[in-house]
Design a protein around this ligand. Structure first.
Ligand code: NAD
Ligand code: LMR
Length: 327
């Protein structure tokens, strides 16, 4: 049996937490031979609700779940953590954009970044889910000078999955037939779901779906606005699909499949594709051994460069809005 890994999750009593924790414990995320210790953070007002979630986790009697630590103390939760999944924060409601919660959520990521810096294991990997996730990741990373930049990511896997689902539906194929689906930019309505490099059954999407107007119009807009569409219908932001995307993201990192891409926002400081750095922007990635690399050599059309440029401008504006929290 392998040594257990310590997985810190924030916002464990929330909607995403309730869909996610069980899937982190049952072997499907980290592997069926990987024991886990869950270390769960909540704010004091939600500790009682979290106690109920912990009871349910115990009641599953998962063979791989070696221990559960639940606390409102960041030192306890991030102590020796190998993974940190930062979900805790205020979600947007109807009529709001993700960036509207920026000043409410930003201070959380200063404190959690510091705690990760001071208490997490040397091999810590962090996935930021709470919105606006790209800029929250930037804030947390800036508060953690000892943790290398390549350990931090913000989640755009839900956007990737949404794009795959839309393309599969349009082409009348199963989602598994869609591959090479990259998301570029911010997790926001400016992101680009890159249909120009995606494939269906190994063929370019643009040749299988011979409808450029739909691809540039309804498809891109549907993916960009899907979070809002779910909020408008449910009254709450997407949760089970977000938790599912966390599972997919981590699996891409720890159980990589040869040849496939996945998308996540990374600290793009080496200016991949000549794009401005100093912020978290989404790229197509490939997991290589223990580290990832940005998929290189893709031709970006003028259309794609224009779209990605708009998204990066938005990220620069978000960074301005929290400049006082960045060292
Ligand atoms: P929720 O309100 O149901 O749960 C959030 C939980 O976080 C609550 O239990 C709250 O008590 C807790 N929390 C708040 N501040 C905290 C702190 N400082 N430390 C620890 N816990 C804290 O919200 P949710 O639906 O689970 O969504 C969580 C976040 O994920 C939101 O910001 C939402 O916008 C975001 N989200 C991101 C994506 C994505 O694709 N990146 C998708 C869906 C949701
Ligand atoms: C989503 O994409 O569903 C989440 O980021 C929640 C939101 O506010 O849209």
């Amino acid at each position: 049996m392998k040594e257990p890994i310590r997985v810190a999750i924030t916002g464990g009593a929330g909607q995403i937490g309730y869909s996610l924790l069980f899937r982190l414990a049952n072997g499907e995320t980290f592997g069926v031979d990987q024991p886990v210790i869950l270390q769960i953070l909540e704010i004091p007002q939600a500790v009682e609700a979290l106690r109920g979630v912990v009871m349910e986790l115990r009641d599953c009697a998962y063979p791989l779940l070696q221990d559960i630590i639940a606390s409102d103390d960041e030192k306890v939760v991030f102590n020796d953590a190998n993974w940190a999944i930062l979900v805790g924060g205020k979600p947007r409601g109807p009529g709001m954009e993700r960036a509207d919660v920026i000043r409410d959520n930003a201070p959380i990521f200063v404190a959690q970044g510091k705690a990760i810096n001071d208490y997490a294991a040397d091999d810590i990997r962090v996935l930021v889910v709470a919105n606006p996730c790209n800029t929250n990741a930037l804030i947390a990373m800036n508060s953690a000078p000892d943790v290398p930049a390549d350990r931090w990511m913000a989640m755009t896997r839900l956007d990737q999955n949404r794009a795959v689902a839309q393309l599969a539906d349009k082409a009348g194929v199963q989602p598994a037939a869609v591959s090479h689906m990259a998301i570029w930019g911010n997790h926001s309505p400016t992101m680009l779901p890159d249909f120009e490099h995606a494939q269906i059954g190994g063929q370019p999407v643009t040749s299988v779906i011979d409808d450029r107007a739909w691809l540039e119009g309804d498809f891109v807009e549907k993916v960009q606005q899907r979070g809002k569409e779910v909020i408008d219908a449910r009254g709450k932001s997407s949760a089970a699909s977000a938790a599912n995307a966390v599972v997919d993201h981590i699996r891409s990192m720890v159980q990589p499949t040869e040849g496939t891409w996945f998308s996540a926002a990374i600290y793009a400081d080496g200016n991949p594709y000549g794009l401005p750095g100093g912020l978290f922007s989404s790229f197509p990635l490939r997991m290589m051994g223990s580290g990832y690399e940005v998929v290189s050599g893709l031709e970006l059309s003028d259309y794609a460069r224009r779209k990605i440029g708009t998204s990066i401008e938005e990220l620069q504006e978000e960074r301005e809005a929290v400049a006082d929290l960045l060292k």
